[in-house]
Design a protein. Structure first.
Length: 416
C-alpha cells in the first residue's frame, strides 16, 4: 500500500480511488503540471485535497463561487485538515484569522476567487508563503471557448508567475479538445499530464421535449415534477425573471420551492444553498449562477426550461443529476422563441470593446447546442461525439434517452 492509498483511507475514509484520481495525484506529488477532465461527481476535488495533506507549504485553490469554497472548507475542517477561504463575504475578524493562518504557515489549503489576485495586499501575503501547488478549479472559465468564460481567470497566468511558477493542476468537468488546448496555453502548463476519464453518464436519461407555447412548457414541467416522487429537483432558467416566475408558479402546487440567482444578496444565496444542500428545499429553480461543484447526491431530476448557450453548459448542469449513481432524468423543454434570450446575451457580449470574437464564439456554441436538440440518434452518443470521446462512444447507444427508447418521430413531445 503506497502513501497515497494509506492517506486516502486515513484522512478521507475511502478504500479505493476512482478512475484517474491516482494518476493525477502522483503527477502532483512529482511536481508535474496536470489537467484533469472528469465528469461531475467523479471526485476532482480529492485530486488536490489529498496531495495537499502530503505536500509542504500551501495549496492555493482558485475557485469561482463562494458557496463552493465554503462547502469545500467545511468538509476539510470536519476531516481535521487546516483550510480556509479568502473572499469578500468574510467579516473583518474572519479575514484577520485567515491572514494569521498565512503568517503562521498553519494552513494547508487556501481557496480564493479569481478576482482576489487583483489585490496587491493579497499578493504580498501569498508571496511570503511556500505555495507548493496552484489549483485552478472550473478551469474552463479561463477559455473563451468555455461555456462560462470569466475575464478574471485570464489573469491567473500572472498569479502563477508571482508565486515563482509552482506546479499547476487544472480541473474541469467540461472541456472539449479546443478548450483543453486553450487551458494549457493560458496557464502555460509545461508537459502536463492530461487525464480525461470519459463523458458517459450511464445512469442519466436525457431527453428534449418540444413545446408549442409557455403554457405547454409549464404543463410539461408540472408533469415531470409530479412524476418525480423521490429525491430533489433542480430546474434551470436563463434569466432571473424566468427563475422567479417559474418558482412562484411551482410554489402554488408544491411545497418546499426556492430560487437562486446572482441578484440575491450574499446572505440570501447562502441560505438558499444551505437549505437545498440539507434537503429543506426539495425543488430549486436557478440560473447558471448556481451549481458549480455543488455536492448534492440525490438530484433525481434536472429540467432546463430555457435552452442553454452551449453543449458544455448543458452537460455540466444536467450532470448534477444522479451523482449517487442511481437513475435520474435530464429534460430540456425547448421552444424556438427561447433562442431570443441567448441571442440577447450574444448581442450584449458584442457591445463590450474587443468582444466581437467572443460574440462569434458564443454564436458557434449556440449552433452546436441546437444541433444537439435536433439530433436524430442517441443523445448520449451525440454528447460523446461533441467531446471527441471515441472510447466511450464505442460502447454504443445509452438505451435510456428519448431517442433510444422510442422510434424517432416528427413530433417528439410524447410524454410516455
Amino acid at each position: 500500500m503506497d502513501d497515497l492509498t494509506r492517506q486516502l483511507k486515513k484522512q478521507f475514509g475511502l478504500a479505493e480511488f476512482r478512475p484517474g484520481q491516482h494518476e493525477v495525484m502522483r503527477a502532483v506529488l512529482a511536481r508535474r503540471d496536470a489537467m484533469a477532465v472528469m465528469p461531475t461527481g467523479q471526485g476532482k476535488s480529492l485530486c488536490y485535497q489529498l496531495p495537499a495533506t502530503l505536500l509542504p507549504g500551501l495549496t492555493l485553490v482558485v475557485s469561482p463561487l463562494i458557496a463552493l469554497m465554503q462547502d469545500q472548507v467545511e468538509s476539510l475542517k470536519q476531516r481535521h485538515i487546516s483550510a480556509a477561504a479568502f473572499h469578500s463575504g468574510l467579516t473583518e475578524q474572519q479575514r484577520d484569522k485567515v491572514i494569521q493562518g498565512l503568517h503562521l504557515q498553519s494552513l494547508k489549503l487556501l481557496y480564493v476567487a479569481p478576482e482576489r489576485i487583483q489585490h496587491e495586499g493579497f499578493l504580498r501575503l501569498v508571496r511570503k508563503c511556500l505555495v507548493s501547488l496552484l489549483v485552478v478549479d472550473e478551469a474552463h472559465c479561463i477559455s473563451q471557448w468555455g461555456h462560462d468564460f470569466r475575464p478574471d481567470y485570464m489573469k491567473l497566468g500572472r498569479l502563477r508567475q508571482e508565486l515563482n511558477n509552482p506546479p499547476c493542476l487544472a480541473l474541469t468537468a467540461t472541456a472539449t479538445t479546443r478548450v483543453q488546448a486553450d487551458i494549457g496555453e493560458r496557464l502555460a502548463l509545461r508537459d502536463p499530464l492530461a487525464v480525461v476519464t470519459g463523458f458517459r453518464r450511464e445512469n442519466l436519461a436525457l431527453s428534449v421535449r418540444l413545446c408549442s407555447s409557455l403554457a405547454d412548457k409549464l404543463a410539461a414541467l408540472d408533469r415531470l415534477v409530479k412524476h418525480c416522487d423521490n429525491g430533489t429537483v433542480l430546474i434551470y432558467g436563463a434569466t432571473r425573471r424566468t427563475v422567479e416566475e417559474v418558482a412562484s408558479w411551482l410554489g402554488q402546487s408544491y411545497p418546499s420551492v426556492g430560487y437562486y440567482h446572482a441578484g440575491l444578496s450574499d446572505e440570501e444565496r447562502r441560505l438558499v444553498h444551505e437549505e437545498f444542500r440539507r434537503g429543506q428545499l426539495r425543488i430549486l429553480v436557478a440560473t447558471n449562477a448556481f451549481g458549480m461543484g455543488i455536492d448534492k447526491a440525490d438530484v433525481r431530476l434536472v429540467v432546463h426550461v430555457d435552452i442553454p448557450g452551449s453543449v458544455e453548459a448543458y452537460y455540466q448542469e444536467a450532470g448534477r443529476a444522479g451523482r449517487d449513481g442511481l437513475p435520474a432524468s435530464c429534460v430540456l423543454l425547448f421552444h424556438e422563441r427561447d433562442l431570443a434570450t441567448q441571442e440577447y446575451f450574444i448581442q450584449q457580449a458584442a457591445k463590450d470593446p474587443g468582444s466581437a470574437d467572443r460574440a462569434a464564439r458564443m454564436r458557434t456554441l449556440l449552433r452546436e447546442m441546437l444541433a444537439y436538440v435536433s439530433v436524430r440518434t442517441c443523445r448520449q452518443l451525440a454528447i460523446l461525439d461533441y467531446f471527441s470521446d471515441a472510447a466511450e462512444r464505442a460502447m454504443g447507444p445509452c438505451g435510456l434517452c428519448d431517442r433510444c427508447v422510442s422510434e424517432v418521430s416528427a413530433d417528439p413531445r410524447s410524454e410516455e
